[in-house]
Ligand binder design. Structure first.
Ligand SMILES: [Zn+2]
Length: 242
């Protein structure tokens, strides 16, 4: 999660502040046994550069969005933050793994283009086939998958309960709700016997956690809706004078 930021209203520049509060850097001096706090240059530099300017606090209101894996430390991400009145779209990145984050306000907003909900078809089939003492025909297995897909189609992607995050921020795993499970079993009633239905019920319930095979893969495609850049003012006049 991204912490609070400060914004210079005059210059429209931002900087993260949480890193200073929670991770001050200290150096241990072996010679005299003291600990010295290192001044973080970026903070000093920012405050000096904006001395006398109006500063306000921004609070992030969306999770950071990126299509890169969480494990990639230098990835660029986007999020929105507010000062209570206005929303700002902020880009965050760093050049090297050990350098501080750089923040920049850009004109635009984050939009969710579409949400895809996927049933883990192959994983479900593989797992059912692996169960000892239970054997169903390929046809029945396909009927079960179809029942799941039909029931999932009815769901509103916005209301799904996330139970695990995927490798990138745009992927998450969502649990099947109780209603959805009942709906799937109802669709299976005609084609499966009682023993098989009991098996399916247990199978769904046991594999409906974290990123288990019965959970749904939800992909959100984010995009940055940029506003038209302001025109760069013509400097001819000022340059001619000097
Ligand atoms: Zn400033």
């Amino acid at each position: 999660m991204i912490g609070k930021l400060i914004r210079c209203i005059n210059c429209n520049e931002v900087m993260g502040i949480t890193e200073w509060d929670f991770c001050p850097q200290y150096i241990y001096n072996r010679n005299n046994g003291t600990i010295k706090e290192i001044e973080i240059d970026d903070r000093k530099e920012f405050l000096q550069r904006h001395k006398g300017h109006k500063i306000e606090e921004l609070i992030p209101i969306t999770p950071p969005i990126s299509d890169k894996p969480y494990t990639e430390p230098t990835k660029t991400c986007y999020f929105e933050a507010t000062n209570g009145n206005e929303r700002f779209l902020i880009k965050r990145w760093r050049d090297k793994i050990d350098s501080p984050f750089i923040y920049e306000i850009i004109k635009g907003s984050i939009e969710i283009k579409n949400i895809e909900v996927q049933v883990q078809v192959e994983a479900i089939k593989k797992q059912i086939r692996m169960v000892k003492d239970f054997c169903i025909s390929e046809e029945k297995l396909n009927n079960f998958i179809k029942a799941v897909q039909k029931e999932v189609k009815k769901l509103d992607p916005q209301t799904l309960e996330v139970c695990a995050e995927g490798k990138t921020p745009s992927i998450s795993y969502c649990k099947l709700s109780d209603d959805c499970v009942e709906g799937i079993l109802k669709r299976c009633q005609d084609k499966f016997n009682l023993q098989e239905l009991n098996f399916l019920r247990n199978f769904i319930l046991q594999n409906n956690y974290y990123n288990d095979v019965m959970t749904l893969i939800v992909k959100k495609n984010f995009f940055i809706k940029a506003e038209e850049e302001a025109r760069i003012p013509c400097r001819c006049v000022a340059e001619a004078k000097t």
